[in-house]
Ligand binder design. Sequence first.
Ligand code: GDP
Ligand code: MG
Length: 172
Amino acid sequence: MKEYKIVVLGNGGVGKSALTLQFVQGVFTPHYDATIEDSYRKLSKIEAENARLEILDTAGTEQFSGMRETYYKSAHGFILVFSLEDKSTFEDLKLTYENIARIRGKDVPLILVGNKSDLIGTRQIDQQFVEDHARTLNIPYFETSAKLNQNVAQIFEECAILILKRGGVKEN
Ligand code: GDP
Ligand code: MG
């Protein structure tokens, strides 16, 4: 079976754990421990083939990057998450993206995610703005709600499909 190693990155509070737990366990956990960093496995079908997704839900920030370089080298693909209600979380992903691109090249399988799409009243970031930006970098962009389970499975599956297309996955 093919195994896809996906790392979820982004500032604290953007919903990395909520997205991961919604996908893997089908629940929305409103108060998940911010310091927990763990990997989760889920069986899935990618392009009609059984597959195992191994998802690393990271904690901490880019500054405390002792472990970061290890993830950057060993992951097959990356999901970069920001919160649609906090512009600085989008800005901070630029550094993350630059670090990944420096180590892995610009063709690395990578998906950009604006989470908390259910919070319409406090939204700070325009969808079209991010879409245009992502298109110039050739990065797929999705808006999700971990709370309402909108587009959640899609981001993990799209990341795996991108990994498959770019040849970065092993059979075992
Ligand atoms: P992490 O630090 O990136 O892992 O963020 P968490 O998954 O712990 O989420 C941080 C906070 O945002 C928690 O209170 C979550 O309940 C909340 N949250 C996460 N995703 C969503 C979402 O899609 N919609 C809303 N309304 N809240 C969310
Ligand atoms: Mg978390």
